[in-house]
Design a protein around this ligand. Sequence first.
Ligand SMILES: Cc1cc2nc3c(=O)[nH]c(=O)nc-3n(C[C@H](O)[C@H](O)[C@H](O)COP(=O)(O)OP(=O)(O)OC[C@H]3O[C@@H](n4cnc5c(N)ncnc54)[C@H](O)[C@@H]3O)c2cc1C
Length: 337
Amino acid sequence: MSAIPSARILDPSINLSPLPGAGQLNPPDGSHVDVLIIGSGAGGGTLARHQAGSGLKVLVLERGDWLPQEPQNWSAEAVFQQGRYVSADTWHDKHGKAFQPGSHYMVGGATKMYGAAHFRLREADFGELIHHDGISPAWPLAYDVFEPYYQRAEQLFHVHAQQGEDPTEPRRSAPYPHPPIAHEPRMQKLVDDLRAAGLRPFHAPSGVMLDEANLPFSRCRKCNRCDGFPCLVHAKGDADVVGIRPALADQNVSLLTRAQVQRLLIDASGGRITAVELLRDGEPMRFSADVVVVSCGAANSARLLLMSANDRHLAGLANGSGQVGATTCSITALDYP
Ligand SMILES: Cc1cc2nc3c(=O)[nH]c(=O)nc-3n(C[C@H](O)[C@H](O)[C@H](O)COP(=O)(O)OP(=O)(O)OC[C@H]3O[C@@H](n4cnc5c(N)ncnc54)[C@H](O)[C@@H]3O)c2cc1C
């Protein structure tokens, strides 16, 4: 008799959440909350999930909408050729040349499209690094401070891999939460050949809801539509499926979609953000909070800080260095030239 995959079925992160109440998806203009999170992607979606159940009133503001579950999710033509899910933004490079940035505005942010590869930074990444273009100074915090959070994120995002295989792996306080994903036959042959040649190939850490011991019950079908595609069956550990949806099981968590924050407002001391202004379907709205979290993605977070310049912060908020947004780079520049 095959094992009953009860642990997986009972796992609350696998979207068995009750439908959110109408009020949770339609918070009234002018509301005050404890924690206001701008952006529902990897950062914002994870934080919302973490705050759920804390008793705090949490509001997530997301400029995009829910990504529809539809056959086009897995169509290379729709996704890559027609750009069905990519934003209509036009950005300009430092020479003024227009380009389409490949950004994704939706509940779950870029994780709806990501490849679910969950690599940790290495210990050395937190120290000073000398690059071709200059010195990257050491972070004020070392890898060990982040290690427990990596561990929790790997649990939340259902990461599969094998501890000890990757020769460059940083220190871990516990094994991966799920076993590595078995290679396809051709890949296994390649791995065997590489090992025979003295190399050390390893399973890439992957965040998917795969249960190879109980494949008929597994949510992930092991298709070849992870990187770059939304998951039609919600089997990818993305910030929508494992973050926002389960967070909304808590009545204290609200989400406003199609809500593009335009400006962060500071208090009289000039040192704290206490409110935000946004446009929803063209209509202005305003919310206030004790804590405001800007998690709009690297470029859009910088943009929002710069757009929030005022007479006390002429160069934008948190920009005493003049570096906000100045040296942002993107992997999409490598993937999609
Ligand atoms: C095709 C693709 C594949 C990738 N594969 C991987 C991978 O395998 N592994 C990996 O580690 N990383 C991968 N990444 C990168 C990864 O997805 C991002 O690093 C990560 O999602 C960034 O998280 P974030 O919270 O900073 O931003 P995002 O996840 O982008 O979330 C930002 C959110 O803020 C919203 N927003 C922006 N501006 C506003 C505003 N003014 N008001 C309200 N909401 C706003 C956006 O709509 C978005 O939902 C991939 C990215 C892409 C595009």
